[in-house]
Ligand binder design. Structure first.
Ligand SMILES: [Ca+2]
Length: 531
């Protein structure tokens, strides 16, 4: 029903083009005149020509330097309770690359992604971003406002996209030749949602480290928080211990993939048991070089992941070995989402979206009954449809990437989703035609980590969409102190990168993408990390 209503909105919007002003010399509408556009359920609050130079995004401390553009600020109200703010930035026609790029958000962040818009604008795209219908990163906006949860879940991005395309058409005199969506984390969730719910919105979509299994992942946060805290709420694992474990995991499992390079190619093949690090009974109570029994137990529970206590069903995968504390900052390990928060991350999903009870106590969570209830009531949140036939039929392309050491969105879940799509769509060959998944060994959440983690996914996607050249690899680089110290191909799943046997292991040219069986066969005698 939702899709039908929104399609009707689109149809209603199109004829309005002719109703606006006299076209400027560019065959588009002068920027300021865009404010006069009348689009159902949309208020254009301002349309301003911004000169090249420093631009101060609202709420930001520092200004950013931008080329000239037309800035359109608008509000969408697809429901009577909606208040979706979004902006559309359009380059001058002579600087426009003819394309539109929608950009995503992070977390529950209710703010426009100005930095991502700036990056798109500098490359010549017309671009748009939304606050997803609320302000701030907490989830209180959902209390008593189910329509705002729908806006956050999927509607804001779609309405932004539909309207932005029309505004670009009015500003330039033509629709964009191609439209792309780029997002990571919550933006990856939004990307997945667009591919599944609105398969004709974008010609090409990039979903990074996608948090699209949102309900079950939140159950995973609850589980992992409970596993890593004492009964009175104190964290069991410190940064020191998390770092110790990550080092031990890499020592144990580095060679499982056949190459000792400090990286674990696929943590699903690493079964390191943290009990091996338990301190001898003679050591001090909190010895920095080993773990207590309670610490080892906590790690094991997070690796194992949430299960339904009644049926034994795995509710959500565990967090990967190698993600515990690969760096010293809170975001380079479990601290930011699992161990540092005073209560489980995203507990607001239950308090404000599901039970509408700000005092709901997470200790009362029922992993059986409440999961079923959440999946029934909050179906607007996840984007886990496995049948992508409509998206494929439109000829559109999807690139998903993730980091194998992501401490926020477990990469095993992304891999499982890709496997499930491939099964539904008739196998990997039929899936690779339109959807490729790249997992980066040793990469954290959307960026960073000990493994090569910088790559040009959008350039690869554009080659695919515009020239029909599918990416058979992405070249990723790792940088230390501003200098590239390693490059490596990321291979389309389930392929993995294998060293050719000669040349530096820090150069991508010395690797080829091969079927994972080829590596496993070759290295069965060196799996000292497997148990
Ligand atoms: Ca390795």
């Amino acid at each position: 029903m939702t899709r039908r209503v929104l399609s009707a909105l689109t149809v209603a919007m199109i004829p309005l083009f002719a109703a606006v002003g006299t076209p400027a010399a560019t065959n588009g509408t002068a920027c300021a005149n865009l404010a006069a556009l009348t689009i159902p359920n949309i208020t254009i609050r301002a349309a301003t020509l911004v000169a090249a130079g420093p631009f101060a995004p609202p709420g930001a401390q520092n200004s950013i330097t931008l080329p000239a553009f037309c800035r359109v600020e608008a509000t969408a109200r697809p429901s009577s309770d909606s208040d979706i703010k979004f902006e559309v930035w359009i380059p001058p026609v002579d600087a426009w690359n003819g394309k539109f790029q929608g950009v995503g958000n992070g977390g529950y962040q209710g703010s426009i992604s100005y930095t991502a818009m700036a990056a798109a604008l500098r490359k010549g795209y017309a671009t748009a971003s939304t606050d997803t219908g609320h302000t701030g990163d907490d989830m209180k906006f959902g209390q008593g406002h189910p329509e705002k949860v729908v806006d956050y879940g999927y509607r804001a991005i779609h309405v932004m996209t539909d309207t932005a395309k029309l505004i670009v058409r009015n500003a330039t005199g033509k629709f964009a030749d191609k439209s792309y969506f780029v997002g990571c984390s919550a933006g990856g969730h939004q990307a997945m949602s667009e591919a599944q719910r609105f398969p004709d919105d974008y010609d090409g979509i990039i979903a990074g480290d996608p948090a699209h299994n949102r309900i079950r992942q939140t159950f995973g946060f609850m589980w992992s928080w409970a596993a890593t805290h004492t009964a009175d709420g104190k964290p069991i694992l410190t940064q020191q211990k998390l770092s110790l474990v990550s080092k031990a995991v890499v020592d144990a499992c580095d060679a499982v993939d056949g190459l000792k390079d400090g990286l674990i190619d696929d943590p699903r093949k690493c079964h390191f048991d943290p009990a091996k690090l338990i301190c001898p009974s003679t050591s001090a109570a909190d010895d920095a070089t080993c773990l207590t029994r309670a610490q080892a137990d906590a790690l094991k529970k997070v690796y194992d992941g949430a299960r339904n206590p009644r049926t034994g069903e795995q509710i959500f995968t565990g967090w990967p070995r190698g993600s515990e504390g690969f760096g010293e900052t809170a975001g380079q390990g479990w601290r930011q989402y699992l161990t540092d928060p005073a209560e489980p991350s995203r507990v607001g999903l239950f308090r404000y979206f599901l039970f509408h009870d700000p005092n709901w106590d997470w200790r009362t969570l029922d992993y059986d009954r409440d999961l079923a209830y959440a999946e029934q009531r909050l179906a607007m949140l996840p984007a886990v449809e496995r049948d992508l036939t409509p998206f494929k039929k439109h000829g559109n392309k999807l690139i998903v990437y993730t980091g194998w050491a992501d401490p926020v969105v477990p990469p095993q879940d992304t891999a499982s989703y890709y496997e499930a799509v491939a099964k539904t769509m008739g196998g990997y060959d039929k899936t690779r035609d339109f959807f490729r998944f790249f997992a980066a060994p040793g990469m954290g959440h959307c960026a960073g980590g000990p493994g090569p983690n910088q790559f040009e996914a959008l350039a690869a996607l554009e080659q695919w969409v515009e020239k029909g050249i599918a990416p058979d690899k992405l070249i990723a680089s790792h940088t230390s102190n501003g200098k590239v110290d390693r490059t490596r191909p990321l291979c389309p799943y389930p392929q993995v990168a294998r060293w050719k046997g000669t040349g530096s292991i820090d150069e991508a040219a010395n690797f080829s993408c091969v079927a994972p069986e080829a590596v496993t066969r070759k290295t069965t005698t060196t799996q000292n990390g497997q148990q």
